[in-house]
Design a protein around this ligand. Structure first.
Ligand SMILES: NC(=O)c1ccc[n+]([C@@H]2O[C@H](COP(=O)([O-])OP(=O)(O)OC[C@H]3O[C@@H](n4cnc5c(N)ncnc54)[C@H](OP(=O)(O)O)[C@@H]3O)[C@@H](O)[C@H]2O)c1
Length: 238
């Protein structure tokens, strides 16, 4: 653990399910919180009124992001492949361009993102991603390739980034900090389940974990069978 002096945090995509968990956890840690979300989603943050600053606007608008990340020690970004206008890559680029030098930048995505091509996916997983990509493109609602491009830009940057790759997500009470490994396909990850609240926990914990700088951890719930089975043996990551 490390990164002293974490004080002010920006949550980009604050109104979504993952974003709201992260806002709550940041407030519980005593951080000052700035959230960015689309104008129409501001009411979703009503529960936090008076306890955070909201900057309304598209998260891929560089001007919105520049104002939101001003003075922030860390930025937690929910990368989503929605729309057909490079929403994910535009969001990532705006954060990379405008966060202060040295800030901790933590991005969320799924297991389908690979950093070094050494992840091993099941046929079912690959098929699912392909179907989602094709259907998403057909209805002009999802652009998975653009989330891939967003992460490529993050991986290529010399900032203090972490890309957290979530397994299939479930709602429910927290089970604790997820465990992680560098590659999908590693046995510890086999259960492919994480509580969404714990995905948020991992993102927020990454802000102060220097071991995760320039890592792309794939995570799984710490109480899942595969995590428990490997609890006494070393995973290749955390
Ligand atoms: N869902 C899964 O099973 C799963 C699995 C692995 C990884 N992940 C990762 O987890 C993260 C959170 O995903 P989630 O599924 O749990 O969703 P989520 O937390 O509910 O977040 C969805 C986000 O997408 C925004 N959004 C929705 N429609 C949009 C549109 N048309 N244009 C622009 N933004 C739009 C939402 O903003 P508004 O509040 O403004 O609507 C919100 O910020 C993502 O990085 C995802 O890749 C998810």
């Amino acid at each position: 653990m490390g990164t002293e002096g974490m004080r002010k945090i920006c949550v980009v995509g604050a109104s979504g399910k993952l974003g709201q968990y992260m806002v709550r956890q940041c407030l519980e840690r005593g951080y000052e919180v700035v959230g960015v979300c689309r104008e129409q989603s501001v009411p979703k943050l009503a529960a936090f009124e008076g306890r955070m600053t909201v900057v309304p606007g598209p998260t891929n608008d560089p001007d919105v992001i520049r104002r939101a990340v001003d003075g922030c020690d860390g930025v937690l970004t929910v990368l989503v492949p929605w729309g057909v206008r490079q929403y994910a890559s535009g969001t990532a680029q705006a954060v990379l361009d405008h966060a202060r030098p040295g800030a901790r930048l933590v991005f969320s995505c799924g297991w389908h993102i690979t950093r070094d091509g050494k992840d091993r996916y099941s046929r079912l997983f690959i098929l699912g991603v392909r179907i989602a990509a094709v259907l998403g493109r057909l209805v002009r609602a999802v652009q998975i390739d653009d989330q891939v491009e967003a992460c490529r830009r993050v991986f290529d940057s010399d900032t203090r980034w972490t890309v957290v790759r979530g397994s299939t997500l479930k709602e429910g009470e927290s089970e604790g900090l997820p465990v992680w490994s560098r590659h999908v396909g590693d046995p510890v990850l086999a259960s492919d389940r994480t509580r969404r609240v714990d995905f948020a926990l991992f993102m927020v914990a990454a802000l102060t974990d220097d071991e995760l700088v320039q890592e792309a951890p794939a995570i799984v719930g710490c109480r899942t069978p595969s995590a428990l089975a490997h609890a006494r043996g070393p995973a290749s990551g955390g």
